[in-house]
Design a protein around this ligand. Sequence first.
Ligand code: ZN
Length: 508
Amino acid sequence: MAQFLTVCFLYVLTLLYVSSRSIHKSNSETPTFDEKNRDHWNLQAQWILRTKLASPLNTKVAKNVILFLGDGMSITTLAATRVYLGQKYGHLGEELKLSFEAFPYTGLAKTYCVDHNVADSACSGTAYLTGVKANSGTVGLSAAVKRGDCKGQRDGIHSVTGLMDWAQKAGKGTGFVTTTRVTHATPAASYAHSADRRWEADSDLPKKGLRCEDIATQLVKGQVGSKIDVILGGGRRNFFSKNQKDIEGYNGYRSDGVDLIREWKLKKEALGVSPKYVYHKAGLLSLDENHYNSVLGLFSPDHMPYHLEAGDDDPTLSEMTQKAIQILKKKKNGFFLFVEGGRIDTAHHETKTRKALDETAEFAKAVEAALRLVDLQETLVVVTSDHSHTMTYNGYSKRGTDILGLANKMNGSDNMPYTILSYANGPGYKPDDQHQKRHNLAFDNLSHINYTYPALVPIARETHGGEDVAVFARGPWAHLFTGNYEQNFLPHAIAYAACMGPGLTSCK
Ligand SMILES: [Zn+2]
């Protein structure tokens, strides 16, 4: 949190500098700006303009690339998280920026899949990681393969690779970090080819018919997966037998009896690199990055816990991101790192908005942690999302109203209160408890971390949303990311900046 606050305060300090005349102290002694003074707004806008005019385009080669992906991090989620974080630290909130919202270049990406109007993480991941749009539920395969088509997967001709593969071929170090299972759809799209995102372990494969290679096996033995230097996240159970227990006493999930963690170590040793497997926070933080070139960290049997529910053994997204960079930074040709804040999405699916905003705040902290460790003149940093959600931000409360609370002094035409944040569908649907009236939210405990925010339509898991997602970029060739484009453009632009991949590059 200290890191995020630094960004807030840097921003505030800058405003202090340019608009010192418009500052006053409020009754509560919290420093605020006099937003009623026109100078406040004019000076602030002039300062932004000056900054833009003074910034030359960076057309250097991007030696390093870090791609951050907030799963399900809609633009509404960003707007709400600013307020959530700001209010946590005594500000009104709306006026603040998340770390990456200060990046100089932004764009909008269209996220639909080839077969569905609203993307899932699998088709979307395939688009922004490999440059090819795909069918819903599939990873690392073109849209010639339908979900569940094992033969199409096995044929191989429809397999697509992208940033991870291109970076490896360019001699760069590669890694990924996620708060979900490392075999979940989003990270899987960076290294696997699977006709169904659910085929994470062999036990997930259909019992009859053709057998396809599961995603965990592809991570350890696959052409791209086996060359990844740093893998940090959850999902340990997919790597060992259901007849065995891990060090924390959890059973594995594999039916084939294979110990993929052991195989990963042996494979890395055979390649001549010194590998290290870690499974808790202390092991990760004490790991000597100068000693190990390849690290597998599996910190949880399933997804990693939400930050609000994490224990002492669970590393934060920032800690994983920092360690990954410290390991990869040693590579003389640079590196490609993919970082996913994966629990924003799962919290939205449950309409547990407090968790979704908190996970987004953690994601913003991880971006800031990364910025501190790299040379921004030679590191391209891109932050985006894979799809939206149905959460909406309702008017018209007074400035500074608790973003997770009820709309301030506003009722519906039924004379009942409503929340500032609510969903178009999801498990937060509240059945009418007074015949023909909405559920009365006035007596709900909105401060509980598992409170399910109201939804219009009852559905067990809230759905994704279909509007565009934001893209934020800084570093070499960051100006390429402006405009509105198909999501599969992203890896093409990244590859251009980093001089890798089969397409156009800034070096050719
Ligand atoms: Zn989702």
